[in-house]
Structure formats: C-alpha cells, structure tokens
Write a protein that binds this ligand. Structure first.
Ligand code: AP5
Ligand code: MG
Length: 228
C-alpha cells in the first residue's frame, strides 16, 4: 500500500553544489509533498529586483560568487520560516550553506519544537555542474529553470500560466561559476559530514534524468518518515 507522504511534516534541506539540481528537485518535491519551497538564492534575487537595501547588499556578494554574510542570510531565512505557510513543513534550497547557518537553523526549529527530517545531498561531478550552469535559462516571472535542450529560450517560460521572459543569471558566467564551486567546497561541503553525523544525510546521485533523481529523492523521504 502506498502511503501519502503529504500526511507527514517535512523539514527537508537540499545540499548540493551550484548546478546540482537543488532548485529543479525542490519544485517537484514541493508539488509531491504539498510543502513550501524556500530558496535563499531566489529570496536574494527578489530583493535585488525590488531594489531593497538587503538586495543592494546581497548583490555585491552574489555578483562575485561569494556567500552573503551569515548574519544577513540567517535573519532573512528566519523571517521566512516564521511565516504561516511554513507551519506545514518546508523544503530549504540553498540554506544552510555554512556550519553557523546550520546551527542557527537547528536553534530556530528547536524553538518551534520542529527539526530537520532529512538532508538529501545531490552529488554531481564538477564538469557536469559547469555544463549545466552554462546552459541554464531562468524565468524572470516564476523563477523556473530550464536546461539547454528543454525549451527554446525565444518561446518564453510556458510553465503553467506563466509567460515570463527567460534570462541567463549574471552569476552563471564562467568565472563566477568556478568561484561558486570553490566557495561551495570550502564552506558548504562540511555540511555533508555535519548532517551525516546526525544520521540525516541521504546521498543521491544527481547525474540521472530529472525524473529519476526525483524518484531517488522520494525514496529518501519515505525512509526519513520510517517507510523505507
Ligand atoms: P543559489 O541561487 O542558491 O545558487 P546555487 O547554490 O549556486 O545553486 P544554483 O541555483 O546555481 O543550482 P541548483 O542546484 O539550484 O541547480 P538547478 O536546479 O538550477 O545562490 C546564488 C547566490 O546567492 C550564492 O552564490 C550566494 O552569493 C547567495 N546565497 C544564496 N544562499 C545563500 C546562503 N545560504 N548563504 C550565503 N549566501 C547565499 O539546475 C541547474 C541546471 O541544470 C538547470 O538548467 C537545470 O535545468 C539543469 N538540471 C537540473 N537537474 C538536471 C538533471 N538531473 N539532468 C540534466 N539537467 C539538469
Ligand atoms: Mg537554484
């Protein structure tokens, strides 16, 4: 008998290098589990397009491929997690990205009597990451991402009712791509051991098709609620 995973509370954090497919998988998981998808990168990009002080500050780091300072990032994500649509659970994509961020998340969740339920780590080799980032198109309207072969950019987004223009993220240029991968290896890869030591890490190969990776993700989530 298939149990409906929507009946469970999920606190999912996606770990993976730039281009591993965190955003792509988060959208599918959000639909399958009925919980909100929070991307720290998208929150920063919304602030940048809105011209907010937070956006102006974040832009200088994002354009260089550096991490936005922890205090700023933690404050932004804490605010988002306190909103009512997170009560049913969440999928965090791009946060935490440092050990202090992971500790801050644990603290916030503890104060809400919640916890991270699983940390899927999407593993993809560097050459493939660079290839994917080089061919990615992003929708200005809904933030959907596309690979080179999935849609001719001139057609616009065409996701659900969206007709947004597709653009290349400014931080997807070759120099910044490499810098982001270096920053990931130095600052974020330690989270793999952090969550492994807590028994929460689920390592998943991200080198299969999007649909196959999604099936592996769902298996990991089933396991995290004791159904695997
Ligand atoms: P963020 O927006 O989080 O970028 P990122 O981590 O670099 O990750 P990406 O969004 O580039 O990749 P992804 O894993 O989501 O891959 P996607 O699904 O798009 O962060 C941007 C910046 O914001 C950071 O550099 C930093 O400055 C700042 N920031 C954000 N969070 C922060 C934090 N917590 N602390 C401090 N600073 C922070 O897929 C990529 C491409 O591959 C797409 O074209 C997609 O179609 C394709 N693809 C996906 N899966 C597959 C597959 N299985 N097969 C073939 N193609 C695939
Ligand atoms: Mg992303």
């Amino acid at each position: 008998m298939r149990v409906d995973l929507r009946a469970y509370w999920h606190g999912i954090i996606l770990i993976g290098a730039p281009g591993a497919g965190k955003g792509t998988q988060a959208v599918l998981l959000s639909k399958a589990l009925g919980v909100i998808h929070i991307s720290s990168g998208d929150l920063f990009r919304e602030n940048i397009s809105g011209g907010t002080p937070l956006g102006k500050l974040a832009k200088s780091y994002i354009d260089r491929g550096d991490l936005v300072p922890d205090d700023v990032t933690i404050g932004m994500v804490k605010d988002r997690l306190s909103q009512p649509d997170c009560a049913a659970g969440f999928i965090l994509d791009g946060f935490p990205r440092t050990v202090p961020q992971a500790d801050a998340l644990a603290e916030v969740l503890e104060s809400l009597n919640k916890r991270v339920t699983v940390a899927p780590y999407i593993r993809v080799r560097d050459t493939m990451l660079l290839e994917r980032l080089t061919h990615r198109w992003t929708c200005r309207g809904c933030g959907a991402v596309f690979g080179a072969m999935s849609l001719p950019p001139r057609d616009g987004c065409k996701q659900d009712v969206c007709d947004g223009e597709l653009y290349r993220r400014p931080d997807d240029n070759p120099e910044t791509q490499r810098k982001r991968i270096e920053v990931y290896l130095k600052n974020t890869a330690p989270l793999i051991d952090y969550y492994r030591s807590k028994g929460l890490l689920e390592e998943i190969s991200g080198e299969h098709t999007v649909e196959h990776v999604h099936r592996l993700m769902m298996d990991a989530i089933r396991k995290s609620v004791g159904l695997g």
